[in-house]
Design a protein around this ligand. Sequence first.
Ligand SMILES: Nc1nc2c(ncn2[C@@H]2O[C@H](COP(=O)(O)OP(=O)(O)OP(=O)(O)O)[C@@H](O)[C@H]2O)c(=O)[nH]1
Ligand SMILES: [Mg+2]
Length: 312
Amino acid sequence: MQAPARPLPATLFRDLARAITAVENGYANVDDAIAAHLAAYPEPVAPPYVIGITGPPGAGKSTLVDALIERLRARGQTVAIIAVDPSSPFTKGAVLGDRVRMQRHASDPGVFIRSMASREAGGGLAPTSRDALTVVSRAGFDVAIVETVGVGQVELEIVALADTIAVVVVPGLGDGVQTIKAGLMEIADLFIVNMADRPGANAAVVELAHLARETGRNTPILRTVATTGDGLDALVDAFDVTRSGAHTSAARAVRFDVLRVVRDRAVRRATQLLDGREAAAIFADLESRTRSRAEARIALLALLGEEDFDAH
Ligand SMILES: Nc1nc2c(ncn2[C@@H]2O[C@H](COP(=O)(O)OP(=O)(O)OP(=O)(O)O)[C@@H](O)[C@H]2O)c(=O)[nH]1
Ligand SMILES: [Mg+2]
């Protein structure tokens, strides 16, 4: 992320916003919107480096993005942000917070910010946020950041979009690590333990490192305090390193899909075996205290053809 950016034309942001609005409101498909509003601008030399920032609600993602913008601008990079707000069943719209927080960058001609409501119940990137990224990619930004709340299937969507995915967690958020166990682990190129000023940051790092080892990936773990900027320079450096080794989004999406199929099958097979006759005998032993929990665990894992790697 070192090369100085070309200056962006003054009218570009207005036309970008119009193109995205056309797509968002369903007036045009993405190709037509680009043709109508951006044809006059030169084709970018290269697509932007797309960073996906995901993690549980309130983990500090927007604050981190805000701090990242500052660092990237200091390095001469132009940045486009697409912040996907969870669409609350109560408010049915984009949360204003992101826009207010990042407002200080609004007058910077090298920063384009678009907040979008996520349309799907339970999270997910709205189809138009994918299109918004396509539009933004036509405009010649150096970096595009997509912020999205990591809930359920959202990860699947961000996987298809981002070159590098950072998963944000905070200390003491047991649910956060559970979310990661449910599938974020394989997609994370790096973990950010934000709110490192709070107690439990070390424990969170240790737990993540343990999970990273379990999945056999040497995922870097960084600590940040987004509100003060602590750890942000190291984070930008980490993005630089990750960028050079980034999977293409297509390769990553397929990889993630394959892992999901394998995991689903393994869980199905394990469930069948655990519901079967041999397992029933082991559970009966456990009930009658003929076997301890540890013994039952080992026996059941053996039944599934697994060794008990995790035994403490
Ligand atoms: N103490 C502390 N507070 C933080 C830190 N980072 C963010 N916060 C605060 O945490 C709150 C939530 O931050 P946001 O940036 O809105 O979190 P978010 O993940 O974008 O939230 P959603 O988009 O609603 O999911 C805000 O009040 C921030 O000021 C941090 O490193 N330390
Ligand atoms: Mg946010």
